[in-house]
Write a protein that binds this ligand. Structure first.
Ligand code: MG
Length: 244
């Protein structure tokens, strides 16, 4: 009896779909939204046609010190390098959800160890640090190594190249959303691909990076990207983003 009922159900379901007017595959084709046509970069890492270029190798016109004065990092041979003691630099533009491409290089001449070796950082919205560090055969606390969300989430793997070699970060950052009362409504999320390898997979960010203590959110809007002067001559090149 059970089987008979089941068969009847299957048969009637088949009949129903056979009688549906929507048997035409075109009924589920969506033509109303046309994704813009862009040109991807000519080679890997090159900016696509709809990117905002943050550093083209020529000057620091898109950057300033955190308090708005001219950025003082060294620009030479198409790259920018931390000028020790001149402080962090930040973009003049402010951003929310973005796709970011950035290439970085720690010094070929290795000095120091742990957090003192090729340390810099990329602070998304000036608060959330994606660590830049020379972790090629250099051990530190995992949630502070290259590819970590600093003092929060360790990378899935250590994908570091050797000191002195160029490395890439491709980042998808979704900014946090706040309620009118200032409380966090939707935490920030980040995906990071380091040298072609996923090291953060849609990771929730717990709040602004804290050196001491636990992070907590405070309401903010669109904000700059800040690069860290941690006293090591780390270099950057080919920095661009797309607003999502
Ligand atoms: Mg750092």
């Amino acid at each position: 009896m059970k089987h008979y009922i089941l068969l009847l159900l299957v048969f009637s379901a088949g009949l129903a779909s056979a009688q549906e007017p929507g048997k035409d595959p075109k009924t589920t084709e969506v033509w109303a939204i046309t994704p813009p046509t862009i040109s991807p970069g000519a080679a890997y890492g090159n900016a696509p046609s709809d990117a905002e270029i943050l550093f083209d190798g020529k000057d620091l016109n898109s950057w300033s010190t955190p308090d708005g004065k001219p950025a003082k990092w060294e620009v030479k041979d198409g790259i920018m390098t931390v000028a020790k003691g001149t402080g962090d630099i930040k973009t003049k533009g402010t951003f929310g959800d973005i796709q970011l491409h950035i290439e970085w290089r720690t010094p070929a001449q290795v000095e120091g160890d742990g957090q003192g070796r090729g340390n810099s950082g990329i602070f998304l919205q000036e608060r959330y640090e994606l660590q830049v560090l020379d972790n090629f055969q250099n051990v530190t606390y995992p949630n502070g190594q290259a590819g970590s969300i600093y003092k929060q989430t360790a990378p899935l793997v250590n994908a570091c190249r050797k000191p002195g070699e160029w490395q890439t970060y491709d980042v998808i950052f979704m900014a946090p959303r706040f309620s009118d009362n200032g409380r966090i409504a939707v935490p920030a999320r980040i995906t990071v691909i380091h040298n072609g390898v996923v090291v953060q997979n849609n990771t929730e960010i717990w709040g602004p990076s804290q050196y001491i203590g636990l992070p907590y959110y405070e309401k903010h809007g669109a904000a700059s990207i800040r690069l860290q002067d941690h006293g090591n001559p780390v270099s950057y090149r080919n920095i661009w983003l797309r607003r999502l």
